[in-house]
Design a protein around this ligand. Sequence first.
Ligand SMILES: [Zn+2]
Length: 461
Amino acid sequence: MSVDTVSSSPNPSSPGSPSAPNPQSPSSAALPDAAAASVSLSPIYAPNAGAPRHIRLTSHAGGFGALPIRWGAATATERGPIVGTTTTRAHRNVIGTHSGSYSVYRALAVAAGALNPQHKADLTNTSPTDLIGPYPQWSDPGRIVSLDPWGAAVADVFSSELAAGYDIRPTIAVTQAHVILPEVIEALQTGRLKADGKFLTAGGAAMVTKAAIEPVWFLPEVARRFGCSETDLRRVLFEETGGMYPELVTRSDLEVFLPPIGGQTLYIFGNPRDLANPEVELTARIHDECNGSDVFGSDICTCRPYLTHAIEECIRGAQRGGVGLIAYSRKEGRALGEVTKFLVYNARKRQVGGDTADQYFARTECVAGVQDMRFQELMPDVFHWLGIRKIHRLVSMSNLKFDAITGSGIEIGERVNIPDELIPADARVEMDAKMAAGYFTPGAVPDAEELKKAKGRGLSE
Ligand SMILES: [Zn+2]
């Protein structure tokens, strides 16, 4: 099915109508069966329960009232707001809805009768604690393609649209916090860090600005980053999510997608405005989620020790007049998910010869079909949102991340590896495999013989 063929005949006859589009409309012939059907349901959330409701489809043009999005426009007014609300269908100008994967929990809350689907967020006192941007990078349509640079400021920049009744929600929130980690307290006790009362208290609390960011994808440029056509990207997203978003293939006029995936969180040590000043030393780590190590201290990988080492470096950097940044992405288990990850652990430890670095990537590929699904192509967007032009100290050994960041036009100075003494014994397999595969190391790259030596624990040990 061609996107253009289907979307060239939207049904304009039911603006804001609560009922499904006319199944006789010309475009419905090309729609999947489920999307073309008009289905009656018993009321779900219905304080004034009455007649059965129809399912409201979004696979046809909703009618009039949707504001245009001009991705990469110079000002918020010209760009236009992202409207992913389900309250007023005619106002929607994107595919999908807010909160990433949590949109499904929102649906559950509505289904359970706990949430009124017409609820509009009261945004009183929710504005960002720190101003980010605007920066010149925001108006380069190819520079930021996977988040909304105006997403934290909607209450200010789209105040007239909000007053006109559009349900516009922030996709970014910025707040402040104290973070207290045992590793940082230990660094204070052993003298590696010193309290200053400004960036780090005597009790070991680090002062941070933190930002939560939901994904907002501009599909034409996302496709370009992955080297495929927009039509192919839309079709595969539709098919591989089990047909979750029919508009991907029926509404080529909607170019923005709010995907049902995890977003990212930023922790900023020092003044967030300094991130955009290439004269101020920036220490940064981009960290992909590893719940087992990050939270529970599982010792099969280096994720938590590398993360806490980076936080220590960020605090030290802020204390000497610089700024620090941890960008934490929800890409659990190389974006393969924890079930796949744990299956791979078993496959590694049960294979003949034990857990060896020479089979590290092969075991992942056996289970998942690929070694890694994180695809760092979209990752640098968040740096451009922050106005970053130079990272003086990148606390990462990943060649994929280094290439993605420098390839997007950001200069990188020094690369900071994880100190040897922080690598857990069982994680030696991972480290050797990654260094042999091209990860940055200031030391020797392990040779083929070294990689064959079993270094991981057995499953029952
Ligand atoms: Zn890990």
